[in-house]
Design a binder for this molecule. Structure first.
Ligand code: GLN
Length: 467
């Protein structure tokens, strides 16, 4: 538990080695001065007022909870009442949330302190955090490289210690991929474990709330705080709290699988491949049985994911026409108003997806494209089910290659979509998946069957001591 920042800071607060106000002010200053473009807006007034309350509580001798006074960041797609929620878009540049997302509300209830709304790809559309009106997010390790996306600002803030943890959103890899690009942990829980209420919808059938942090223990703590059934999101289910003890005994894991075609592939970097295979050897040396598994070709996964994600985002974003939300631009007629408002305020990438998605859903095409996409998705889910009868865990790289230079992925959207090859399948399967900063330059992804989130964390604990 040594490496848990939450436990360490909690102890410092309790022992009065640091005041919460000082802690929060220091992190706010770091965020304000940072040159990685991670900040869309600072929540300084709210943060300092909350910190003062925590200090008063400690001064008066009251006990504080583990998350109380811990500073964190929020991807700018979550509603936080009274704050700007822009989705990094021109359309919602001046939009203020009328209510607070359930996941964030639960963290507030536990006393965690929000510092910042974090830069990301607009509406979650992207894999690099360059598709934003706030300037491209720069990688924590090398500012010439992208921060990853879409939750790039969140991953960079954690990597640079500007926030203790951050809450990203993962539709097709947006927590796991930037976590990999910046060498931190990023978890996409089982779909439905955490309420999506108040998370701006991208593709509702795969959208997940996901914590990013520097240790497995901190991921566990934050995950527990946010999980649970919510009547405002009918896809949520009740889940048991995962204890530290449950995930520390790693004996239960006997078999690990990996998709051979992910690795025997021209698209994968030779170094990512050899590092991944070296990891597999280390796992075998620990007495774990490793099985090679067959899976869908990565371009099939990417095609299926983007077909469905575009369809869902076209539908979800249709409400953003300037009538009820956002920056309305008046045209000659109502139809013109819709058209100008959306044309001027959506990014190129968002428009590409809205046009693509409406095509997928339109009469005459939807049977052939949308329904086909749904049927392939069912086959993918069935394939996972079969695999998890054979293995406890599936291990994979997070990305086929290292982070691109800023500017490069904007030139070729198709190449950007294909770089999501290893993350999108698990999203379609709604499975729990964790990026750990080990094994390859951009980390490893640990996946288990639905609702086996604890097993994922358990295997992460095993890997931490194994490789
Ligand atoms: N890069 C993927 C996409 O653009 C995933 C994004 C996400 O998970 N929000 O759709």
């Amino acid at each position: 538990m040594m490496e848990s920042q939450i436990h360490t800071i909690h102890q410092q607060l309790v022992n009065k080695e640091i005041s919460c106000t000082k802690l929060v002010q220091e992190r706010l200053d770091l965020l304000k001065l940072n040159t990685h473009n991670t900040v869309n807006s600072l929540l300084d007034t709210l943060a300092l007022a909350s910190a003062a309350k925590v200090d008063a509580k400690i001064e008066s001798g009251q006990e504080i909870g583990l998350l109380e006074g811990i500073p964190f960041g929020i991807k700018d797609v979550y509603m936080v009442q009274g704050t700007y929620t822009t989705a990094s878009s021109d359309l919602l540049k001046k939009y203020k949330s009328p209510y607070t997302a359930t996941a964030i509300q639960k963290l507030f209830a536990a006393g965690a302190i929000p510092l910042v709304k974090e830069n990301c790809d607009s509406f979650g559309h992207g894999s690099s955090s360059e598709n934003t009106i706030f300037g491209a997010v720069k990688n924590a390790n090398n500012p010439n490289l992208v921060g990853g996306g879409s939750s790039g600002g969140s991953a960079v803030n954690v990597a640079k210690d500007y926030t203790v943890f951050s809450i990203g959103g993962d539709t097709g890899g947006s927590v796991r991929q930037p976590a990999g690009y910046n060498n931190v942990y990023g978890f996409k829980p089982t779909y439905g474990r955490i309420s999506r209420f108040g998370l701006m919808a991208y593709a509702s059938s795969t959208d997940c709330v996901g914590p990013i942090a520097k240790s497995i223990e901190d991921i566990r703590i934050v995950l527990n705080a946010m999980s649970g059934k919510d009547i405002k999101d009918q896809t949520t289910y009740p889940s048991e709290t995962i204890s530290a003890v449950t995930i520390s005994n790693t004996d239960a894991i006997k078999t690990v699988g990996y998709f051979k075609n992910f690795i025997d592939n021209d698209a994968i970097d030779t170094k990512v491949k050899s590092d991944f295979l070296a990891t597999i050897e280390k796992i075998k040396a620990k007495g774990i049985q490793v099985k090679e598994l067959d899976f869908f070709a990565s371009d099939t996964l990417v095609a299926t994911y983007y077909t469905l994600a575009m369809a869902e985002t076209a539908s979800n974003l249709s409400r953003l026409d300037g009538t009820n939300y956002g920056n309305r631009i008046e045209g000659a007629s109502l139809k013109d108003t819709y058209s100008i408002t959306r044309s001027e305020n959506f990014s190129e990438e968002t428009k590409r997806r809205v046009v693509g998605g409406n095509q997928v859903l339109s009469q005459g095409f939807s049977d052939e494209i949308y329904l086909k996409g749904l049927s392939v998705r069912d086959q993918i889910a069935a394939n996972f089910e079969k695999d998890f009868h054979q293995v406890d865990i599936i291990l994979s790289p997070v990305t086929p290659s290292s982070p691109p230079k800023i500017g490069d992925s904007l030139k070729d959207p198709l190449a950007m979509y294909l770089s999501d090859a290893y993350t999108v399948g698990f999203s379609l399967g709604q499975l729990p998946t964790l990026t750990v900063p080990q094994g390859t330059e951009t980390g490893l992804q640990i996946t288990a069957a639905k609702n086996n989130d604890a097993l994922v964390l358990k295997f992460a604990n095993f890997l931490k001591d194994t490789i």
